[in-house]
Design a binder for this molecule. Sequence first.
Ligand code: Z5A
Length: 209
Amino acid sequence: MSLPRGKFITLEGTEGVGKTTNLTFIQEWLEQKNVPLIVTREPGGTPLAEELREMLLRKRDEPVDASAELLMVFAARAQHLNQVIRPALERGEWVLCDRFTDATYAYQGAGRGLSLEMIETLENLVQEELRPDLTIVLDIDVETGLARASDRAALDRFESEAVEFFHRVRGGYRTRVAQQPDRYRVIDAGQNLKAVQSDVAAVLEQLGL
Ligand code: Z5A
């Protein structure tokens, strides 16, 4: 008898939105319900994919071609999916992932201006039928998010983009949500942390655990 496949939950949002903070909250909430769970992130999640992440995030003098960036994101994703995500789901475990392909539509699509059809082609090639069951989008106005993130010691290649880039990225997420509202839950991340986590908990309650 095969196990029921675990659920695949992703967390998304623009810069400084509080993903890391809320990921821990979601992990603890699910673990309290005894959900067998792995927590992972993109780009990354395996040694090879983490190397690709480092290459993607590192600031460099050479301009990075947007389609080279896209292919690196999907190379990391192919490795992560086949080594970590699919095996966990097939074992009946749940996967909680910090960013996934919605980030590619938002950053490489809306942000860099790459063709959404090209992204969709790569998505189908790499993921086949696999899509997240639930995506929580933490939404905040770009300036507030950037102010929250500004405490960081050194900005990476993405964090160094101009504010207009992050406006496009936020628009990219909003377009995704409008196109498939059933899969997404959007949370106002501009509230204080207690209110954000109360909204996150309300979304998790809907899972009926
Ligand atoms: N990327 C891509 O281009 N294409 C892809 O397909 C994928 C990714 C998958 C790395 O992502 C980069 O990869 C990302 C896009 C690209 N670049 N950017 N930008 P990442 O997710 O690792 O990096 P990040 O976006 O910088 O996320 P982060 O490090 O997880 O930070 P965060 O989401 O901003 O969360 P935080 O560290 O929890 O919160 C920031 C601060 O705000 C912190 O001091 C908190 O204490 C504070 N905070 C959090 N919530 C609140 C509330 N509610 N009130 C007040 N203060 C708060």
